[in-house]
Design a protein around this ligand. Structure first.
Ligand code: ADP
Length: 188
């Protein structure tokens, strides 16, 4: 049983599936903290440069893990990142893999002004369920869940489901799930 009083949850999936949307909403409804790996990589310079072709930072994984280890081990983090296999199993209590219909995802990525190559690369990854396979290979099957993220209703029901899991976890692990739990808002 982990010594942390609050669980660590990874919310992962192909870019555009709704990781940030889910993470922010869950952080509003629970004491868990949204831990955007994108922001940490950028702000704490956990990278070896910027890939102009793919318009993304080239992550220095060792530096990133060193940077976040202390905070993540304390628990209570919603780790929002489009990969999951780099985080040690002992840090993680639940892995949520969000999945989106290809045509819906295509529209979201195009709206983001991703270039054609980057859109194609990400749609292919979603079709091949690359991140789901990565999660299944890296963690115990019982802590990996796959959730649809096609619509706003999906976001609401997914967040409710993860919140219920969080409440059960804290009860079973002797934690305290009050505080931000009362601060429910209608935002999506
Ligand atoms: P990610 O963090 O996975 O890249 P975001 O949370 O930034 O994805 O979402 C990308 C875009 O798609 C945002 O405009 C967001 O509002 C929208 N979006 C995400 N999930 C859903 C959903 N389930 N239904 C409708 N729109 C969504």
């Amino acid at each position: 049983m982990p010594s942390r009083k609050l669980p660590n949850i990874i919310i992962t999936g192909t870019p555009g599936v709704g990781k940030t949307t889910h993470s922010q909403l869950l952080a509003d409804l629970t004491p868990l903290e949204h831990f955007s790996i994108n922001d940490i990589v950028k702000n704490k310079c956990c990278h070896t440069g910027f890939d102009e072709k793919f318009k993304s930072w080239i992550v220095d994984e060792d530096k990133l893990l060193d940077e976040i280890e202390g905070e993540v081990k304390q628990g209570g983090k919603i780790i929002d990142w489009h990969a999951c296999d780099l985080f040690p199993e002992s840090w993680i209590d639940l892995v949520v893999v969000l999945r989106t219909d290809n045509t819906v995802l295509f529209d979201r990525l195009t709206e983001r002004n991703y270039d054609e190559e980057k859109v194609t690369e990400n749609i292919d990854a979603e079709i091949m369920q690359v991140i789901l396979e990565e999660a299944r290979e890296s963690y115990d099957a019982e802590i990996v869940i796959e959730l649809r993220s096609d619509s706003a209703e999906d976001v609401d029901s997914n967040v409710e489901r993860i919140k219920a899991w969080y409440e059960a976890w804290t009860k079973n692990n002797g934690g305290n799930e009050t505080e931000a739990g009362d601060d429910e808002s209608d935002q999506e």
